[in-house]
Design a binder for this molecule. Sequence first.
Ligand code: 5GP
Ligand code: ZN
Length: 113
Amino acid sequence: MKNDCLFCAIAAGEIPSNKVYEDDLCYAFYDIAPQAPTHFLVIPKDHIGSVAEIGAGNSAVVAHIFEVIANVTKELGLESYRVVSNIGEQAGQSVRHLHFHVLSGRDMTWPPG
Ligand code: 5GP
Ligand code: ZN
């Protein structure tokens, strides 16, 4: 757990959140400022700063997270959804702990803004 990391604190249960799913490796919770009718985030419990910090030593959790996304969206009855991860300031990353946004329930535009 990284000091002063908001999502490490959320994964540890130190800051309350609205849980969607949890296991030993990852935690999923609803976004506090939803950008779609369904909008939740999936994060690894271990601190990884962003996609830019994924490598041979920590990439297994990413495969696991995508498996979790496939399962949880099915359980929620979501047939169409978008998975997004922002990396760095210009792309709009505001929390420096790896997270995958899962957005669903409205028409989406492409390219994203
Ligand atoms: P980013 O901007 O880094 O791609 O995504 C961070 C997301 O975290 C944003 O969508 C923001 O609304 C969400 N967020 C920020 N602080 C909190 C919080 O304290 N609780 C929850 N549930 N979501 C948060
Ligand atoms: Zn963290």
